[in-house]
Each structure stands twice: as structure tokens, then as C-alpha cells.
Design a protein around this ligand. Sequence first.
Ligand code: 16G
Ligand code: MG
Length: 570
Amino acid sequence: MGGEWGQSDICPESAQEWTIQVGQDHLDMDLGAITKYSALHAKPNGLILQYGTAGFRTKAEHLDHVMFRMGLLAVLRSKQTKSTIGVMVTASHNPEEDNGVKLVDPLGEMLAPSWEEHATCLANAEEQDMQRVLIDISEKEAVNLQQDAFVVIGRDTRPSSEKLSQSVIDGVTVVGGQFHDYGLLTTPQLHYMVYCRNTGGRYGKATVEGYYQKLSKAFVELTKQASCSGDEYRSLKVDCANGIGALKLREMEHYFSQGLSVQLFNDGSKGKLNHLCGADFVKSHQKPPQGMEIKSNERCCSFDGDADRIVYYYHDADGHFHLIDGDKIATLISSFLKELLVEIGESLNIGVVQTAYANGSSTRYLEEVMKVPVYCTKTGVKHLHHKAQEFDIGVYFEANGHGTALFSTAVEMKIKQSAEQLEDKKRKAAKMLENIIDLFNQAAGDAISDMLVIEAILALKGLTVQQWDALYTDLPNRQLKVQVADRRVISTTNAERQAVTPPGLQEAINDLVKKYKLSRAFVRPSGTEDVVRVYAEADSQESADHLAHEVSLAVFQLAGGIGERPQPGF
Ligand code: 16G
Ligand code: MG
């Protein structure tokens, strides 16, 4: 865990230069105070962490210094961007003992890549080098230290989160930053707050109440337009992973209760966070969470521990479990948006963004049936988000349930006008689109917002969960992990769909894939665990399992496998 890549080689080491610069340019930072406070949040000697796909993540007891330093870094980033910056304390779907932190950039997006590197350098600097690294970052990024700084902080429900967020606050204050501590928040709520604050309130009010009101108003407006109001469409079982999603959904439910009744499970009153429940558990084990009674054909969903991921599922009449993952969510959403655009008579450019993990059937359905262009990016929300920004309307989802839809400012304005001006049917569709735009959290994928979007679409279209599931049939697939000595020996291209190194690996995969029908396979080094991930799909589960196993063996042989050779069977 924690993306520990070993020695960090991106931090400059020219200590002498720094001594000179400290004297000249950096009297605005009270270096003495930083050193003094830093000692109270001392870094364990030799610990190296990496700001990975979703920030820093590791055992909570190793993170105090990281939190303090991310407080410092958030202030520098705020000064540089002249904007509010967010700091979220969470380790999402990781076990309760872990924790993590990530910074949120001005428009609610993930931290810019060059600052991820700064974060890594700062977190890994030994005590005596901390000042130098801080000054280095300020220099490189031309930070005006006179500038005011404002940082907003949120945290999940982990036992360690409160203390760790206090360490962030210590970091913020020691370099003179102002802050607002929101306390308990879902990750997407913190993204929303940052976005609101940096857009002068145009996106919404930067309070929890503002968030509830904005989303609920849009949702209630939408569901009012649904013709079928049978109970079956309006109740939903929600597994909250024993996390923050339960608290926030409970606070919010009375705002939207006329449109939907939710029944909460794994609400944190008994079970452990993410243990045998939550979106990650359900998706990776392909089975329902513990602690939830499911009757046949009942619509259910699971959030992950910080409520930025969602998957749906149900049991059919024969008791078989059916998972509806991010791919099918993207399909439902993009089909609905496209239909509305056709009704309004607007030809806007709409695109769907996926990763290599998207099931081949979903891509085929979107391209061939829906005629929506599909793009593939590397794994990790920031890559999908970035790509989705290129379209008038960009819908992005990872198969694991992270995702949202983005609407360009021009589209938002156009739709608002249409909702005022157009006649009857077209106007109704424009009004719907206007509300759907408000219902999406455009700062980040958001389990609560996505859930309400999905519920509204199902109600408006009169779709049952089975009908939604029947849009297409997923190809059987298998994911495996392989232990290797150094996963960096694997490099990939073409949005992680092809291995470039080690030599011979891609050729081996190509040969194996040829043996099966409708097959596809790829390998990539994980960004969150010290393993290589293998994905395979094919026309039958047996074939997918075989292919995944054979690819694992190829990785083991060609990429320096360690420990036991991968065994067949799962
Ligand atoms: C992180 C990413 C997620 C990605 C996953 C892949 C964010 C907020 N989260 O959880 O998008 O799917 O990593 O993990 O970006 P892996 O690299 O270990 O397969
Ligand atoms: Mg999460």
C-alpha cells in the first residue's frame, strides 16, 4: 500500500545553493517556527512515500508528518494559484487502520502533476532538509509569499482522521495560512466546497447545506416529471461501507424524500469501515455486502469509504447476483443525455471516457448502438476527468464506479436559454437537462450525486434495474495480481493497453489472446499497491480465467516475478 516506489529520485539535492537563497528571498516564511513545529510532527527515519494516484495512503501511524507537510504545501499552492485549496484526509476503500491525504486544486480537480512531485519531495525530506525543499518549491513555482492563503479541510470517519486533520491545520497555520475546517465530509463534498469557493458562489453555496439544497432541488424537480410513480421505482437500499456516506446521506435524505426513499445499511453503527462491505468489496468479490438483506429484483447500491464511488446490483428471481458497474452507469447516463439532446434538437459533441478496464461489451454498445464516441485513458480519475473536459458534454466512469459528467460553460448557458425559450416538448427536455446538470457534481465523481442522477433517470425512463442491466451483457472477465521484484520494469502505452517493457511481454500477451474468442488482456503496474495487475476478458468465464492465468505466468517469467509462481484456479 501507499505506492511505495522506493527511493524518490526527483528531489534536487543542491543544499549549498539553498543556504544562500534562504538569506535572500525567504524571510517571509518563519523558518524557525516551521522547524520547531515540524519536530512535533517528526518524520520516521527512512520512510519513503509517494503521492500516488489518489494522494498518499498508508498505515495511519506513519502519516502525521505527511499531514503537517501537506498543510504547508497547501498554503504554497494557495498562494501560487491565489485560490482556495482543499485538503482531504481519507484512505477511501482501504482498511480502517490506514489513512491518507490528497490536495484539491482550485476548480475542485486533483492536484496538478508537477505539484504531486513537490508533495512527494516534501513528504520524504528528512527533518534537516525540510526548509530547503520548501524553499525549492516556492522558487520553482514562483510563489509570492506575501500572497494570502486559504485552505479548506475535510475528513472521513476513520478513528485516526481527526488527529491527522489537526496536523494539517498545524501545517497551514505555521506558514500563516487561513483555513476552514469542515470536519466530516465525503471526498466529493470537499471537492464541491473548493469549486464553489473559487467560482464566487456561481457553482453553489460552499456549505454542506448548500450542497444538499442544490442537489435535492434538482432531483425533486426531475422526479416530479416522471410519469411512473410506482413504489418500486422510488426506494433503494444503500450500503454505506460503514463510512462517511452514511452520515451524509442521513443528513440529506429528508431534503429529497419526496422523490426517493433510501434504506441505509452498514451505516457505521456496528461494523468496521470497508470490512466485507462497500463498493470496492462488492465490485472485486462480485457479491453483495454483508449486513444487507436483498429480496429478488430489489435495487441496491454500495458506496465506498469516502463516498466517491458507487456500484449498483440486484438478485434476480433465481437468486443470482448481478453487478451493475461504472460502465453500465456511464451507458445509462450517456444514453439519457443523448436522447435529451436529440429532443431539444441540439447537436452537441458528447463523449464517453473509460479506461482499459471497461468491459468490451460496454465499449461496443456505446460505439455501435448508441453511436457515442468512446475514449480510453490511463487509470486514475484525474486522467479521465481531464479528457472529459475536451467535450461539450463529457461522461467519464471507471468500471469500479468512479465517475461523473462534465458540461462546458457554453453548454450550460445554451441549455439555460433553451429551457426559457423553446416550446413545449423541447422546453421540457431542456428543463430536464438543466436539472441534470445541477444534479451532477462536476468537481469530482460523487456516490451521492451519481445515485440521485441514476435514480432520476430510471424514474424518468420508467426502467427497472433488470431492464437497465439488460442493455448489454458483460463479457466474462478476471483480474489478478502478480508480485514482482520491481513493478517499474513494466511500462505501458496506448492508455495502458499495451506493454512496452519488458521486452517480449506484449508479444507473449498477443499470442495468448489469440487462443480465445472475444478476448483481450493487458497488464499494468498498480499505482496503489506493490503489484502488477492483470486483466483478461473472453467469451466465457473459463476462457477469461485461463487467459488471466497464462498472462500472469508471462508477467512472472518476463518481469521478475517473486515468491510463488501464479497458480491456476481462483
Ligand atoms: C485510485 C484511483 C482510482 C483508480 C485506482 C487504481 C482516484 C481518486 N482513485 O484509487 O481512480 O481506479 O487508484 O488503483 O484517482 P491501482 O492503480 O492500484 O489499480
Ligand atoms: Mg473513494
